[in-house]
Design a protein around this ligand. Structure first.
Ligand code: FAD
Length: 412
């Protein structure tokens, strides 16, 4: 029993819900909640949906693997991978293209580790071959198509930059405001699905979500000696030839760079250094001794990911930081030291952010988890063992508070 992670009470059926953010997370949350009878409206600050982290012309479904099969990370990402395959396939059209994925070991020690890891799975999921693990069922998403499919029947307001919000306890509503402090909308509940900007609000400024810039590079079909029908991964990745709707041309996509401490207004700037980093990763994947000429590059795209310190998303009700400090400051004496109160949250305020480098992959499961926390109705076909304490605690937005309090540090 960990009262500091107790779930909030379920939101009454048919409540109205506002969602801030029109990326993959916001769209999936809206769809799943609408399917359960809630009245949902998305607010997106750009003029179009899926224009930031979710806006790449392709995303790969690259499973997370480790030897810690029962760790929350491994359970979360393995479940997410299987759900993603099923969900994106079900969308039809161009959303998902089945492609095998080969994950190459970088050293002799890693070959041994990969062999052990593959041995833990059924051959339907993963097979070890010489120097790599083969994931036969993987694939590539076209995120813009996914966005178009998901948004068809949703209520969406674009060009809406939500700057702050406040709770009116008498009316049980959240009031949303724009940059001129004009009231935009009110609803019974509010979800933050705005990625690395989720900590921009008074109620969430404690959240440790950090922007990490990433760039992918597009390669001419015949300029780098790439000839693969599978997705190849080894630190970086290279896709088979795909239709890149962004540049209206076939190309390979390679990626992705990781750049920290980049000003937000430079998040879409294309960096030569990042292109070179991507080419280096490609040379490593192809085992080349010579450098690939930058002439092979056809274009690039850059955007921000949101990372949390432990690389797991932040999913759940938003904790009331002051109340956490007050209720649990004695936790450093041990969990059995006192009878602790149940977790204090901001009423009907939720978050799903910090999806990191595998956000397209894990978003369908992340959305199922938050939908379950909000309404407590199991998604069709799921058993409640998927929504167990181990997973919910590992993703809980207050986990960072609790770690500090256990160490005897203050939240102030
Ligand atoms: C270079 C790169 C390559 C990647 N490759 C892959 C991959 O191959 N496979 C994979 O699974 N994942 C990949 N990812 C990760 C994945 O793309 C992200 O984790 C995921 O798209 C995040 O989705 P999101 O909805 O949380 O955020 P976003 O897509 O960034 O959406 C957040 C939205 O919130 C809006 N917003 C922010 N603040 C406000 C506000 N105040 N008011 C209104 N709207 C607001 C933004 O405009 C934005 O549209 C990659 C990421 C990058 C950067």
């Amino acid at each position: 029993m960990k009262p500091w992670f107790d779930l909030p009470s379920p939101l009454p059926f048919a409540s109205s819900i506002s969602i801030i953010g029109g990326g993959i997370m916001g769209l999936l949350m809206a769809l799943k909640l609408q399917n359960q009878g809630f009245q949902v409206t998305i607010f997106e600050k750009n003029s179009a949906l899926m224009g930031e982290g979710s806006g790449n012309p392709a995303a790969i479904l690259d499973p997370y693997i480790s030897l810690q099969q029962t760790s929350p990370e491994q359970i979360y990402f393995t479940t997410a991978y299987q759900k993603a395959l099923h969900f994106y396939r079900s969308l039809g059209g161009e959303c998902f293209t089945a492609k095998a994925l080969k994950k190459f070991a970088k050293s002799k020690a890693e070959i041994i580790r990969y062999q052990k890891i593959a041995g833990n799975y059924s051959s339907d999921f993963a097979i070890f071959q010489n120097d790599h693990i083969l994931f036969k069922q993987s694939g590539i998403l076209q995120p813009k198509d996914v966005g178009r499919k998901l948004s068809k029947d949703l209520t969406i307001k674009t060009n809406m930059d939500v700057r702050c919000f406040s709770y009116d306890a008498k009316k049980s509503i959240w009031q949303l405001y724009d940059s001129k402090e004009n009231s935009i909308h009110s609803s019974n509940a509010l979800i933050l699905a705005n990625s690395f900007q989720a900590h921009k609000f008074l109620q969430t400024k404690f959240l440790p979500v950090k922007p990490v810039k990433g760039q992918i590079s597009f390669i001419y079909p015949d300029r780098a000696g790439i000839n693969n029908s599978a997705i190849l991964c080894k630190g970086g990745y290279v896709t088979p030839l795909i239709d890149n709707a962004e540049i209206n041309q076939k190309c390979h996509i390679i990626g992705a760079s990781f750049e920290r401490d980049i000003p937000l207004n430079q998040r879409h700037h294309i960096s030569k250094a990042a292109d070179i980093e991507n080419l280096k990763k490609l040379e490593d994947i192809l085992n080349l001794d010579s450098n690939i000429s930058p002439d092979a590059l056809l274009g690039s795209r850059a955007s921000m990911r949101a990372m949390s310190p432990d690389h797991l998303p932040i999913i759940g009700a938003v904790p009331d930081k002051e109340a956490y400090q007050h209720y649990y400051q004695k936790l450093y004496h041990g969990p059995d030291h006192a009878i602790f109160k149940s977790a204090p949250y901001h009423k009907s305020l939720y978050i799903c952010a910090g999806l990191g480098a595998r956000g397209m992959l894990s978003a369908p499961f992340a959305a199922d988890i938050l939908t379950w926390i909000i309404g407590r109705n199991l998604p069709k076909g799921d058993s409640d063992t998927l929504y167990n304490d181990k997973i919910l605690h590992a993703l809980h937005p207050a986990r960072f508070h609790i770690r500090r309090l256990i160490r005897g540090a203050s939240l102030k």
